[in-house]
Design a protein around this ligand. Structure first.
Ligand code: S3P
Length: 428
C-alpha cells in the first residue's frame, strides 16, 4: 500500500458489480425455469457463498469469464441440501436464504463465520413464522438456523425496521405462499428484489411504500447485466474529493435512487461531483466524476435517507472529518448490527488521529478540527470490508502509513481494490 502514498490520482474506473444485485440474480435464476446469463457479476467472497448454496439445492451454475450461467429446471425441482450450508460473512446470503428455503419448503441448516453467527436473524424469522414457517435459531436469535418444511400463507407485513434484507426474505417466501403478500415500508430500502422479481415474471406491484406479491406464479429465466456497485464506488470517489490534484470517474455504476443517498450528501457538502445518467431500462446507471474539493460543507442527515446510504456511512464519517463544519448522522442504529458495530469501529479507529466524535446510540457527530495522522499507528479493521477500505483511503489521503491488523476482508465486496487504486496513480 506504500506505493499509494504521496501520489495524486486521475482517470476512469469500472468498479466491480453490485453485490446486492449479484446475490439476487443467483437466487432468482435458481428459482426460474431456464437458462439465465448473469453478465459482470461481483466475484467476491460473499457472492460465491450464495452461488455454492444455489448449487447445493440443485441449480447448475458455470462460470465463463465475466458471465455466470445458471441453469435450472425451476423451483419445483430444487431440493433440500445434503448437509449444512455455510454463509461465510454474508448477511445478505444468510437473511435472504431463510425466506427462499422456507418458501421452497426445504429442510436446511446453515451458519456462517464468527461475525454472522453474532448477527440477529430473528428479524427475518418473525414475519416468516407469521407466514407459517418453522424456523429455529440459536438462543432464539442467531445462527445456526434450522428450517423445516411447512406450507406458507401470505401476510400483510408492516416493516418495523427499514431493511432490504428482511423485505427480500419475506418477498422470496411470498413467491411460494398462498395468497398475496403485502409488505409496507415507511422508509424506502433498496428495491433490487422488486425490480428483478418483475423481470423474472413474478406478479408484483409496488407503489408508495406498499409492495404486493401474489404467490404461485412460475418464474422464467431472464438475463441480467450487473451495474457497478455504488457502495464500492464510494471509496475512490471519496479519495478524489479529499486528495489534492485528484479527479476520478467511475463508469457504469448503479444510480438506483434507493442506493444513491451518498450522492445527495456529497452535494450537501458542496463536493465537486458530476453525474451523467446513461439510457436503459431496469436499474438506473450512470457515470460519476469526483474531484478534489478544498472546502467541504457539513451535513445533518436522518430519517428516510439513512437506508439509502447505510453502507456508505463509514466512508462518510471520513469525509466528515475533513469538513470545516460539524456533520451529524442520526437514525442509523442499524449500523450496530452490520459486519461489526460500525458506529463503534469508526469512532474508535478515527479517534486515534485526533478526529473528534460525539457518539450516540443511533449515530454520531463529527466535530471540525485538526487531524493528527501518526505514521505506523495500529488500527483495527474488525474483519469488516468497509471499515478496512475507509482506513486505507484515510491512509492514502493523509499520506500516513498505517498498521492495519488484517486487510483480507476487502475480498468480501471489492477484490482488486488496491489494484484499481494503483491503476489511477498519475505516474502509473
Ligand atoms: C443489503 C441490505 C442492507 C445492506 C447490506 C446489503 C441487501 O442491509 O446493509 O449490505 O443486499 O439487501 P439491511 O437490509 O439489513 O439494512
Amino acid at each position: 500500500m506504500k506505493q499509494l502514498l504521496n501520489r495524486t490520482f486521475e482517470g476512469t474506473l469500472r468498479v466491480p458489480g453490485d453485490k446486492s444485485i449479484t446475490h439476487r440474480s443467483l437466487m432468482l435464476a435458481a428459482l426460474a425455469e431456464g437458462r439465465t446469463e448473469i453478465h459482470l457479476p461481483l466475484k467476491s467472497e460473499d457472492t460465491y457463498r450464495t452461488m455454492e448454496i444455489m448449487r447445493a439445492i440443485g441449480a447448475d451454475i458455470t462460470e465463463s469469464g465475466d458471465i455466470w450461467i445458471v441453469e435450472s429446471r425451476g423451483h419445483a425441482h430444487l431440493h433440500s441440501p445434503a448437509g449444512p450450508l455455510y454463509t461465510g460473512n454474508s448477511g445478505t446470503t444468510s437473511r435472504l436464504i431463510i425466506g427462499l428455503l422456507a418458501g421452497l419448503g426445504l429442510e436446511a441448516e446453515f451458519s456462517g463465520d464468527d461475525s454472522i453467527n453474532r448477527r440477529p436473524m430473528d428479524r427475518v424469522q418473525r414475519p416468516l413464522l407469521d407466514m407459517g414457517a418453522d424456523i429455529r435459531l440459536k438462543d432464539e436469535k442467531y445462527p445456526p438456523v434450522h428450517i423445516y418444511p411447512k406450507p406458507l400463507k401470505a401476510i400483510d407485513y408492516d416493516m418495523p425496521i427499514a431493511s432490504a434484507q428482511v423485505k427480500s426474505a419475506v418477498l422470496l417466501a411470498g413467491l411460494f405462499a398462498e395468497g398475496t403478500t403485502v409488505v409496507r415500508e415507511s422508509s424506502p430500502s433498496r428495491d433490487h428484489s422488486e425490480i428483478m422479481m418483475k423481470q423474472f415474471g413474478a406478479e408484483l406491484s409496488s407503489k408508495d411504500g406498499v409492495i404486493s406479491l401474489t404467490g404461485g406464479k412460475k418464474l422464467t429465466s431472464a438475463d441480467v447485466t450487473v451495474p457497478g456497485d455504488i457502495s464500492s464506488a464510494a471509496f475512490p470517489l471519496a479519495l478524489a474529493i479529499l486528495k489534492p490534484g485528484t479527479s476520478i470517474t467511475i463508469e457504469n455504476v448503479s444510480l438506483n435512487p434507493t442506493r444513491s443517498g451518498i450522492l445527495e450528501v456529497l452535494e450537501m457538502m458542496d463536493a465537486n461531483i458530476e453525474i451523467e445518467t446513461l439510457p436503459g431500462d431496469g436499474e438506473a446507471i450512470g457515470n460519476i466524476t469526483a474531484s478534489y474539493t478544498p472546502e467541504l460543507r457539513g451535513f445533518d442527515i436522518s430519517g428516510e435517507i439513512i437506508p439509502r446510504l447505510i453502507d456508505e456511512i463509514p466512508i462518510l464519517a471520513l469525509l466528515a472529518a475533513y469538513s470545516n463544519e460539524s456533520c451529524t448522522v442520526s437514525d442509523a442504529g442499524e449500523l450496530r448490527f452490520k459486519e461489526t458495530d460500525r458506529i463503534r469501529a469508526v469512532v474508535d479507529e478515527l479517534s486515534k488521529f485526533g478526529i473528534r466524535f460525539e457518539e450516540k446510540e443511533d449515530g454520531f457527530t463529527v466535530l471540525p478540527g485538526e487531524i493528527e495522522p501518526a505514521a505506523g499507528t495500529a488500527v483495527k479493521g474488525y474483519h469488516d470490508h468497509r471499515i478496512i477500505m475507509m482506513l486505507i483511503i484515510f491512509s492514502i489521503v493523509s499520506d500516513t502509513p498505517l498498521n492495519i491488523d488484517d486487510t483480507s476482508a476487502i475480498d468480501i465486496s471489492y477484490p482488486g481494490f488496491i489494484n484499481d487504486l494503483e491503476s489511477l496513480r498519475k505516474d502509473a
